[in-house]
Design a protein. Structure first.
Length: 325
């Protein structure tokens, strides 16, 4: 007889994960949530289970020995537990959640999910915790009467691209800790993850003039741009060579005509690297450096080509293209 190749917990964990995935898929996607009787659940904690066992023992002993004080103690504790369950359910019921989507981040950084909790009732809600589903790092807060509170949760994506925010869970064990009142929430927002820029930043490739990409003269941008002159009052900030100023302490500007004529083509096939993810990492570093120097640059990927331009909007467009390539 061939023995079972895996421990028993493996198939049970697989079934449990399938059921959890099926249940979460039934939850609606929304960046705001108001808790009602339909989406708030109650389960006893370990302390609650032990209290139940203790009450059963007290009840059996009171019946066996006809102890009136035993009956009193048993039903008093049971009544307190039931009242605590009702209070705990009311702590979450009626609470409103509003999520603020995190800004785009670079791979390896942590996205901060901000959740605003609003309490419309005239009593304070105590001991409310939020966390990513499956995480052991909880953020706890109290929400004052007719007020709001803010909770921040950390989410670290493992790859670049557009990622939907993970399922969140909220719970409270107030007031006795015998019952866990909880809910699940699937945000609709997503976070965009750019490739991690290569460190240290490699030198930029050679630029070309606007008249043509194939037959134009080369313009050297290795390290610092050509056409430097002393800083003059009124020069735009993007024309200042900050890298040289940091090294020498002298403010120098790039000639406006040279700045306008200088164009870079950042091509994925010319990075000199083999792996696509490493290529995108180098392109991300080049894009950031070209934007810092105020250069006019275009981006050529295998899937699309972005025409040469400059400015924050073009930077965002290039970074988004790298993230989704």
């Amino acid at each position: 007889m061939t023995p079972w190749p895996y421990p028993l917990r493996h198939p049970l964990a697989h079934v449990r994960a399938r059921l959890a995935h099926w249940w979460q898929a039934r939850l609606p996607l929304s960046d705001s949530l108001t808790l009602t009787q339909r989406n708030v659940y109650i389960v006893p904690t370990r302390a609650g289970l032990m209290l139940g066992v203790t009450l059963m023992v007290l009840l059996v002993a009171s019946i066996n020995y006809q102890l009136n004080l035993g009956y009193l103690l048993t039903f008093l504790l049971a009544g307190c537990a039931l009242v605590g369950m009702h209070v705990g359910h009311g702590t979450l019921r009626g609470l409103s959640f509003n999520l603020i989507a995190p800004d785009a981040i670079y791979l390896g950084a942590t996205a901060i999910i901000q959740v605003n909790l609003h309490n419309a009732r005239k009593r304070t809600r105590y001991g409310i915790g939020l966390a990513l589903l499956g995480s052991k790092q909880w953020a706890w807060t109290d929400v004052a009467a007719q007020a709001s509170a803010t909770v921040q949760l950390a989410f670290k994506p493992v790859q670049r691209g557009l990622h939907r925010l993970p399922t969140l869970t909220a719970e409270t064990r107030y007031p006795l800790g015998t019952f866990r009142v909880w809910t699940l929430w699937r945000p609709a927002a997503s976070v965009l993850v750019y490739p991690a820029p290569e460190v240290p930043t490699p030198s930029l490739p050679a630029g070309v003039a606007h008249e043509g990409r194939a037959h134009a003269r080369s313009v050297s941008v290795q390290g610092e741009p050509d056409g430097l002159r002393a800083y003059r009052r009124g020069d735009p900030l993007k024309a200042i060579v900050w890298k040289k100023a940091a090294k020498t302490g002298e403010l120098v500007s790039q000639d406006s005509q040279t700045l306008q004529q200088q164009t870079l083509w950042l091509d994925q096939q010319q990075t000199g690297l083999g792996q696509p993810e490493v290529q995108l990492s180098r392109l991300c570093a080049w894009v950031l450096q070209a934007d810092k120097l105020g250069l006019i640059y275009g981006l050529s990927l295998q899937s699309q080509t972005l025409a040469p331009a400059t400015g924050p909007a073009h930077l965002d467009q290039c970074l988004r293209a790298l993230a989704l390539a």
